[in-house]
Every structure is written in C-alpha cells, then in structure tokens.
Write a protein that binds this ligand. Structure first.
Ligand code: RAM
Length: 350
C-alpha cells in the first residue's frame, strides 16, 4: 500500500508547514488569496494560462494546508504560478467571490474542493465559459472538467466500517460525526457507511449523525452533544479531519468516556498522534493529502496544455506520482485508504 512518503520528506515538510500555517493564519483573518509566481504567470495577479488557483473548503484547516502545499510543489515543478484563495469559513457560498475573481484574472485553472455541489455551479460554469479549466479535488460538483478523488467512496466506507465493526465484534450503538452538512464527499461517505454497516454488521446501529462544519469549536460541541445525549453509545466514526480531532479532544477532556467510546475516522497523523499515544484513538484512516493536491495540480496542467480534455481513457503524467488514467465520469482516483495506528503514526509529516 503506497502512500508516496519518502524518508526525507517529513523534516522538509515540517519546516515549510510552519511557513504555510503562518501565512494561512494571516490570510484567515479576512479570507484572502496569495500568489507565488513561476514563469507562467502574466503579472502580480497570478493570472495567466499556466496559473493554477487552489480553492480549499476553507483556510486554516491543516488537511487543506497539506493538499495546497502539494499543489504548490507541483505548480512550481512545471513552472506555473500557484495561487491559493478562500475564506476562513467552509460555507456553501464562501467560495463564489474567489471563483469570480480568479475568472476575471483569467487564471488557467481553478482547483476546488466544493463546500456545496450546487452553490458553486453558476460561477464555475461562467469560469469555464471564459476558458478556465475546472478541476475539483476532495469534494466534487458536476460542473467541472475533472474530479481528483482521494479514495473511492466504497474504499472509505469499507475501511471505516470494518475498523468499527471488528472492534465492536459486530454489536453496539454508534454515532457519525461529519463536517460540513452540504459537502459532496462527506455526504457520500456518510451514506455509504450507513449502507455498508447495515449489510456487513447489522448488529451495529447508527443512532445519530451530527455535523461540526469543519470548525474546531462546533466539532468539539457536536461530539459532546452526541456522546452526552446517547448514554449507551459505544463508538463514533468521524469521516472528517476536524471532527475526528475535536471528538478526540472532547474525549481527552472527559476521561470517563475514554474506555467507553471507541473513536475512529479520517484524520491527520500530525493532529492525532498525541491522542493515539494517550489511548483516546487506536486506529484511523486517510490518504496522503499532499499527494492529492500534487495530482490535482498536474491534472490542471494537462487540461491547460491540452494533453487531456477530461474524458474517460485520457492519460497524463503527474510528476513523481507517475501516470494516471481518467476513469468514468471524469474521475481520477489517487489511491487506497491507509490505516494509521501507534506503529506508524510518527512516520508522517502531514
Ligand atoms: C476535512 C474535510 C475534507 C476531508 C477530510 C478527511 O478536512 O472535510 O473534505 O476529506 O476532512
């Protein structure tokens, strides 16, 4: 199972992550955008055919800081201009003004993780009309040229359901804690987790689904509400990096739940390793978010230079990750779900 993490990478990542985090904090004050030029741009705005504008769900989320860092590495490698634009809030409408600005600036491609599949469509369609290539990553919408999917929906659901179902020996009550209530990826995973759990572990009942909006405080309170309102709860699946981190945070603050609630989900090793060591969480899943951004940037580049149009069977090379083929519905899949636990959690920089 390859996660494309080289031995030397963690140290380098840590150094730059500090810089990325610091700049994101500054941007997060008002919601903003930032440039980093290569030779492909046509000026200070970061516009130009070879410019790629990354739009995460929100700024300040470490998961998207990692994916955007991977995107920047790729854009720098193909000598384009990298730009990141977004707001601090992951709401359905928060991405629209940034899409409009990037279109006016004639960016070559927008690479977006959609907070809401419908709310962004009129602006993305206008961008496409103006000649901008549109790639989604992490969370899809129909109005794009290509979707870079981290792991198939079934891959995420199977992995998380098996972790929980096996731990509970097929019997118990659990809740799901998600992030943004409109996000395509999260809603697809929640639906698939429900279906898979019912068919594979019918004795494990999902009693509630709560949402933390990808915000720390909301996610902490969602976990608290879920646990306190179901006294017989045995576990939580949190398929969202902010939700799983804050559920772990709440359980850590409330030791009476530590041996009672078995928590798993999708999270960053860098954010969860302390909780793994203190026994709040044993196993969780993810992919390499840096590679996701890196692949999305190369896909944008291939669309911009006409190597691909996004149709099934198109192939392109994504730098160090190698060759990828576009599958059904204009989708490219990065790889399988990777499971982290105390044996490996220290080995990853993201
Ligand atoms: C959050 C976001 C993102 C998801 C990760 C696991 O950061 O909801 O979409 O893929 O968690």
């Amino acid at each position: 199972m390859s996660l494309h993490v080289s031995q030397s990478r963690p140290k380098r990542y840590l150094t730059t992550a500090v810089a990325v985090a610091a700049s994101s904090l500054l941007l997060a004050a008002c919601g903003s955008s930032s440039d980093s030029g290569g030779s492909g741009g046509s000026g200070g705005s970061g516009a130009g055919k070879n410019s790629v504008t990354f739009m995460p769900k929100s700024l300040g989320n470490k998961y998207f800081e990692a994916s955007d860092k991977g995107g920047k590495t790729a854009v720098t490698a193909f000598k384009g201009t990298f730009k990141e634009a977004g707001a601090t809030e992951a709401s359905p409408t928060s991405q629209s003004p940034f899409i409009q600005t990037a279109t006016q600036q004639q960016t070559g491609a927008i690479v977006l993780a959609a907070n809401d599949p419908k709310a962004v469509c009129s602006d993305l369609n206008a961008a496409k009309q103006a000649g901008v290539k549109v790639v989604t990553f992490d969370s899809d919408t129909e109005c794009r040229d290509l979707f870079i999917n981290q792991v198939t929906v079934a891959g995420v659901a199977d992995g998380l359901v098996d972790l929980m179902g096996k731990h509970l020996n097929g019997k118990g009550k659990i809740g799901i804690e998600s992030g943004g209530p409109n996000a395509t990826n999260l809603n697809a995973w929640v639906a698939a987790i429900k279906t898979k759990m019912a068919s594979k572990y019918p004795g494990v009942k999902i009693v509630d689904v709560v949402y933390g909006n990808d915000v720390d405080a909301d996610s902490y309170n969602a976990a608290k509400g879920l646990i306190q309102s179901h006294s017989d709860l045995n576990g939580i699946i949190a398929p969202d990096s902010v939700a799983v981190k804050e559920a772990a945070h709440f359980i850590s603050d409330s030791p009476q739940y530590k041996s009672k609630i078995w928590l798993t989900g999708l999270g960053l090793p860098s954010e969860l390793k302390g909780y793994v060591k203190s026994g709040v969480i044993e196993k969780f899943g993810l992919w390499n978010p840096e590679d996701l951004g890196y692949l999305a940037a190369y896909a944008a580049h291939a669309l911009i230079d006409g190597t691909i149009t996004g149709k099934e069977g198109d192939t392109f090379t994504a730098g160090k990750l190698g060759k990828y083929t576009v599958g059904k519905n204009g989708e490219v899949v990065l790889g399988p779900l990777f499971v982290f636990d105390k044996s490996n959690v220290d080995q990853f920089a993201f």
